[in-house]
Design a protein around this ligand. Structure first.
Ligand code: CA
Length: 424
């Protein structure tokens, strides 16, 4: 049982929320939204509502908690992220108090409940961060092994560095978009064996099921973040779909790694779930053998017991069908190790940066986080309920990623979903 009071399963809210909602009072995920022609602002999901934190702040109900004026009237979470962990915790604790069933401070102010609680269906959920830097890791042992077997069938599936370094690359921030944005099929250089390169739309459009973490201002240039305090700088996590054009990627990636086959779009969920909300679901991370270098060693390596799934809909089969399920707790490298590694050379990590986990895959069939694994590079297409088959994505296909912790007696802590439809 967690000592974090905001996650107490006995907490109830006066807000009308459905049973088994992914957004109970124990969750309180942050997003940015717009409604009724007003300027973008920070909100918190509670059941099927969005709590307008700027409205609550203007009513004086956040006075004295150390969140400066204007922090919550913003088109991103960055001003809040820049405040650091004490302010994050104070705000979460105060919102939990205001929404708790015995508290009447919001309802006691005439019109405030109506002004501050917006039906989620009426809110336009915006991209919650505009990352200055976006890094994509490669931290699933199963995913790295599966891809290694596919691309290097004769050798060791893992390259010699994989068990020693949280492998990653710097991604593209300008194309990080929020769930619901259409994904245009990218064109690029394609090359079949024994043919010259040509230009055209990708024929192998894929997804990558990932979970990203979002940071505060962690360190100055030249400083590094010790692993034992790394999580102090992590605000929360978000669902990520790292769309990938496998044919563009295959031709361009040597010797410097992923480039245009990845940079055309990365979708993230609208809701950022805080590490505080996830505290009851922290579990020991997999044992690492061989031992890692000391700057990556941590006394209490913790993952997150987070259930993830991938669903696919097509114009002929519009109800999303689940094609994969996997648990995030199997990730080999933890968020703390990733952050300690990123900063180990003294590079600054800033508020609103996005660090994606890499494709989350399990050991068995049906637990893979990409189509290239699920269909063995397109050679064993999956069959959908409509009878249609897919090796890779076709125009009009919609991919939905979902994630949640809990169930079985504990309140569900949902990340919501991230979805995108492929256009030509
Ligand atoms: Ca990726």
């Amino acid at each position: 049982m967690s000592a974090e009071p905001t996650t107490d399963p006995r907490l109830r809210t006066w807000v009308d929320v459905p049973e088994n909602t992914p957004f109970p009072i124990q969750n309180l995920p942050y997003g940015v939204f717009r409604w009724a022609g007003k300027a973008p602002r920070v909100g918190i999901a509670i059941g099927e509502w969005v709590l307008d934190l700027d409205a609550v702040d203007r009513a004086g109900l956040l006075d004295g908690i150390g969140v400066p004026p204007g922090t919550l009237l913003a088109n991103s979470l960055h001003p809040l992220l820049g405040q650091g962990r004490p302010a994050w915790r104070a705000l979460r604790s105060r919102v939990s108090e205001l929404l708790e069933i015995s508290n009447h401070e919001i309802q006691d102010q005439p019109g405030l409940a109506k002004r501050a609680l917006i039906p989620m269906v009426d809110a336009e959920l915006l991209v919650p961060i505009q990352p200055g830097d976006y890094v994509d890791f490669y931290s699933s042992l199963h995913h790295a092994t599966n891809l290694g077997r596919m691309f290097r069938p004769d050798g060791d599936p893992l390259l010699p560095n994989w068990l020693h370094i949280p492998i990653g690359y710097h991604g593209r921030s300008s194309s990080v978009v929020v769930s619901g944005m259409p994904i245009q099929r990218p064109s690029g250089q394609l090359k079949r064996p024994d043919e010259p390169p040509r230009w055209g739309p990708t024929e192998r459009l894929d997804i990558e099921l990932e979970v990203g973490f979002i940071t505060g201002d962690a360190n100055q240039l030249g400083e590094s973040v010790p692993i034992e305090v790394a999580e102090q700088h992590i605000f929360g996590i978000v669902l990520v779909n790292d769309w990938s054009a496998r044919d563009i990627q295959a031709w361009e990636y040597q010797p410097l790694g992923p480039f245009l086959g990845k940079s055309f779009a990365t979708s993230i969920g609208p809701w950022v779930v805080t590490l505080d909300a996830l505290e009851p679901f922290r579990v020991p991370a997999p044992v690492q053998e061989p031992a890692v270098l000391s700057y990556l060693q941590q006394a209490d390596r913790r993952g997150i017991d987070l259930q993830l799934e991938v669903a696919l809909a097509t114009p002929a089969s519009p109800k999303p069908a689940v094609i994969s399920r996997v648990n995030f707790s199997e990730m080999y490298w933890t968020m703390a190790q990733q952050l300690a590694h990123v900063t180990s050379n003294g590079t600054p990590v800033r508020a609103g940066d996005l660090y994606a986990s890499g494709t989350v895959s399990g050991a068995g069939d049906g637990s893979f986080g990409s189509l290239i694994e699920l269909t063995r590079d397109g050679s064993e297409p999956i069959t959908l309920p409509s009878g249609e088959v897919r090796g890779f994505l076709e125009d009009g296909d919609t991919v939905v990623l979902r994630g949640f912790c809990g169930g079985g007696g504990r309140p569900r802590i949902g990340l919501g979903e991230v979805q995108g439809t492929v256009s030509s």
